[in-house]
Design a protein around this ligand. Structure first.
Ligand code: BES
Ligand code: MN
Ligand code: ZN
Length: 489
């Protein structure tokens, strides 16, 4: 849960903890007393982004001094990061007065500033203690935002807190062990969330999935004791709609690799293989509260990928929702099989644009490292809109190609295609397979989030474990969405 934010027009009389933000090269403007300034100088504080110190003032007030970097190229992504550092430094305080919005508003839009600060605080104070016998949660429950600003600032704080909480929903889903977050449990949580926020919800059980001929989802589920689910959540705007967007998520609640089994090491993090599903469910939670003028439907295919006695065997052929056939030569390339069915269902609803998120390939991590998602698709305009959103939210994505002449790498001797390509370009051949299940004329982007969806290194607003990557960028892209044409890239 996010802390409570309230507005303060001037410094409250009783303050115990206060942040003091400073742009680099402008320490004289930050209002430090002489002793604090000398203390900071001795420690080499220059106001750079990432620098912070907790400095008790002579009267006992805890000052959290934080660098904002250069004032000239200041952004809300930098502000969000600074807010996260302040939140962590002050997490043991009950109340904090923040000047971050006030100071940032001299450089960026005040509403953007308030939203970024609320997001930064909420994200940094996240903790997952469901499995701790004794939990030590952060104490910081109230943040007083200095500078006034009135109703618009207040609304932006509420929005930032809602978006931050939705990212934390996604993190909770990713962090929950695969033995507990089964497909049925994932569906239960999605339904509860939909009810709470007034979203339409439809959940398909095994029988409905069979009737719908989701051969990819059924094929992956075949080795599992856990029933599959297909989850559909819809948000409809109250007034006029600018268009219709489909969000598709990979919901592999645990990926053992199936009969093409992973190593023990390779399996250790595979409860996170539903991070795409978590991102689209989290995004729907936020969208329901933000209320953009765009119709949005989330499609989540959920199953685990196990090795049961009747598991799909390498060499088996599956027939997917749109009738195309895939020869499964490696059962560990399962994400594309369930996403393909989901992309068919999304296409059938005729949206203006589709974006899918999936922890799809190790190859994408080889290409772009742990913090950047790969973006592939059929519409430069849609990739562009998502990239613009990603820059604003500080979640990085980078375009990769889907070359026509690579299609033959997935040619099968007996079926329409096989589910793996050659030894190289694995992120692209996965994308090429997905492209076969998107109807022509629909703008589509595939985000391979295998890298940034979880981390073992804390960094600003990003904490260890599930990161909730994608939630903020989806919400931002939908708020800014404008219809587009398909221009094969
Ligand atoms: N879920 C994995 C991809 C993955 C790997 C995500 C590491 C996060 C971290 C996916 O299902 C998978 O196993 N992909 C295979 C595909 C291969 C068999 C063509 C891979 O990347 O090795
Ligand atoms: Mn796999
Ligand atoms: Zn997987």
């Amino acid at each position: 849960m996010s802390p409570t934010f309230n507005l303060a027009t001037r410094l409250p009389r009783t303050v115990k903890a206060l942040d003091v933000p400073a742009f680099s090269g402008a320490l004289d403007d930050a209002g430090f007393d002489d002793a604090t300034r000398a203390w900071l100088d001795r420690r080499g504080f220059e106001g750079n982004l990432g620098q912070w110190h907790a400095v008790p003032r002579a009267d006992g007030v805890l000052q959290v001094v934080v660098g904002l970097g250069s004032a000239d190229d200041f952004t809300s992504a930098k502000l969000r990061r600074a807010a996260a550092l302040v939140a962590k430094a002050a997490s043991k305080e009950k109340v904090l007065v923040t000047q971050l919005v006030d100071v940032a508003a001299t450089r960026i839009d005040p509403s953007d500033a308030a939203q970024a600060v609320a997001e930064g605080f909420t994200l940094a104070l996240y903790h997952f203690s469901d499995y701790k016998s004794r939990s030590t949660s952060p104490q910081l429950g109230r943040v007083s935002v200095l500078g006034g600003g009135g109703a618009t600032t207040r609304a932006a704080l509420v929005k930032g807190a809602a978006i931050g909480d939705a990212v934390c929903t996604a993190r909770d889903l990713v962090n929950t062990p695969g033995g507990d977050l089964t497909p049925v449990e994932l569906a239960r949580r999605a339904r509860a969330l939909a009810r709470k926020h007034g979203l339409q919800v439809r959940i398909m059980d095994q029988k409905a999935i069979r009737e719908a001929k989701l051969g990819g989802l059924l094929g992956v589920n075949r080795g599992s004791e856990q029933a599959p689910r297909f989850i559909k959540l819809t948000y409809k705007p109250e007034g006029r709609s600018r268009g219709k967007v489909a969000l598709v998520g990979k919901g592999i609640t645990f990926d053992s690799g199936g009969l093409s089994i992973k190593t023990g090491q390779g399996m250790m993090t595979m409860k996170t293989d539903m991070a795409g599903a978590a991102a689209v469910i989290g995004a729907m939670e936020a969208i329901a509260q933000v209320g953009p003028p765009v119709e949005v439907t989330a499609y989540v295919a959920a199953t685990d990928n196990m090795t049961g006695g009747d598991a799909t065997r390498p060499g088996d052929v599956l027939t997917l929702r749109n009738g195309k056939t895939i020869e499964v030569l490696n059962t560990d390339a399962e994400g594309r099989l369930i996403l393909a069915d989901a992309l068919c269902l999304a296409s059938e609803d005729k949206p203006d644009a589709i974006v899918d998120l999936a922890t799809l390939t190790g190859a994408c991590m080889v290409a772009l490292g742990p913090r950047i998602a790969g973006a592939m698709g059929n519409s430069e305009g849609w990739i562009g809109q998502l990239q613009t959103a990603a820059e604003r939210t500080g979640e990085r994505i980078w375009p990769l190609p889907l070359p026509d002449d690579y299609r033959k790498m997935v040619d099968s001797t007996i079926a329409d295609m096989k589910n793996i390509g050659g030894p190289h370009g694995g992120a692209l051949t996965a994308g090429i397979i997905l492209s076969e299940f998107v109807d022509e004329g629909i703008a589509w982007v595939h985000l391979d989030i295998a890298g940034p969806s979880s981390t073992d290194a804390e960094d600003g607003e990003t904490l260890k474990g599930g990161t909730g990557f994608g939630v903020r960028l989806l919400v931002d892209a939908i708020e800014q969405f404008s219809p587009l044409s398909v221009t094969k890239s």
